[in-house]
Design a protein around this ligand. Structure first.
Ligand code: NAP
Length: 293
């Protein structure tokens, strides 16, 4: 959205292609506490609406579509959609990332019936019930805290004895009496039936012992993978699939830029995503100036 805002404000003829709602991963969170300018924090949906409204004010065009593929060789790039194509002199890829699957028995079968990847979407279903969160990063701990507003008890199950999440988030979690930490433990199976999730099978990594934990739902937050299925091989990526860029957000293909969680970077946050978006759009504009005028 920020790349679109900057491109439109620079008077480029820009179109933003989005398959869902504007905001991407932001829409899966409840509140944002670390975006500058909002001393009390800001609702994630509200922030997304503010940014998209700002971009639209500058005349950004939008198209609701799934990108099927890109043709990036040559001076004119083609974006292939289900219902047509878009041709452009430059592209900014800001397709973000999606939650990883844990890859255990029962996970796929019970997705949507107790296995979830979005607390904001599904937490209200678990009012007064016991649920589990798997993972130890910022997302897992923040979402576990959010779930305590609804659930009776939230088990945070992490494979190591130390959380990965940043200290300020952990401190808040440790103060929350509804949160119970199950450390050095892996989940090996999600069990349930037609009525949904009933329990998890846990393995203690120190003793090797297994146990059953009855829960009505389990939220998986074990990292992210880049949304790159539509990318051609010419665009260089790292071993995890994230797009490699230089500090101008340029990819290995001239005229193709990348911004946000989809690219290789150290800090994946909204504030760094908007910085990337501005830089990518600025350099995309320079690329057009240098090559077509
Ligand atoms: P993450 O930081 O990669 O953490 C993933 C967690 O899942 C880690 O604790 C990891 O364990 C665990 N994990 C990975 N594979 C696993 C497996 N197979 N079985 C069990 N556990 C597994 O991912 P994230 O929390 O989604 O965050 C993604 C990025 O967004 C990060 O850069 C994060 O800082 C950022 N973020 C920031 C905020 C914020 O600033 N408020 C909020 C959310 C996310 P190990 O620790 O053992 O590796």
């Amino acid at each position: 959205m920020t790349a679109g805002l900057y491109a439109a404000r620079a008077r480029m003829k820009a179109v933003l292609v989005e398959r869902m709602g504007f905001g991407g991963q932001l829409l899966t969170y409840e509140r944002v506490d670390n975006y500058p300018g909002f001393p009390e924090g800001v609702g994630a949906f509200g922030l997304s609406e503010l940014i998209s409204a700002q971009a639209l004010r500058f005349g950004l065009q939008t198209r609701n579509a799934d990108v099927l593929g890109l043709d990036v060789n040559g001076p004119v790039k083609t974006v292939r959609l289900a219902d047509g194509t878009i041709q452009a002199r430059t592209l900014v890829i800001a397709s973000g990332a999606s939650p990883h699957k844990l890859g255990i028995k029962g996970e796929i079968e019970l997705t949507g019936r107790g296995v979830s990847y979005c607390a904001v979407c599904d937490a209200p279903f678990y009012r007064g019930q016991d649920v589990a969160v798997v993972g130890g990063g910022d997302t897992a701990v923040e979402e576990a805290i959010y779930l305590t507003k609804f659930a009776n008890r939230v088990y945070l199950i992490h494979r190591r004895d130390k959380l990965r999440a940043t200290p300020i988030i952990c401190e808040k979690a440790f103060r929350n009496e509804k949160l119970q930490f199950v450390l050095s433990t892996i989940v090996t199976e999600v069990q349930g039936g037609d009525g949904g999730v009933e329990s998890l099978v846990l393995q203690d990594r120190k003793t090797g012992g297994t146990s059953r934990l009855p829960v009505a739902g389990v939220f998986m937050f074990v990292g992210i993978r880049p949304n790159c299925d539509f990318l051609p091989p010419e665009i260089q990526r790292d071993e995890c699939g994230f797009i490699c860029t230089d500090k101008e957000m340029a990819t290995s293909v001239p005229g193709v830029f990348a911004a946000g969680d989809v690219r290789v970077k150290a800090l994946r946050q909204i504030v760094t995503a908007v910085g990337d978006g501005a830089t990518a759009a600025f350099n995309a504009g320079k690329y057009v100036e240098n090559n077509f005028h």
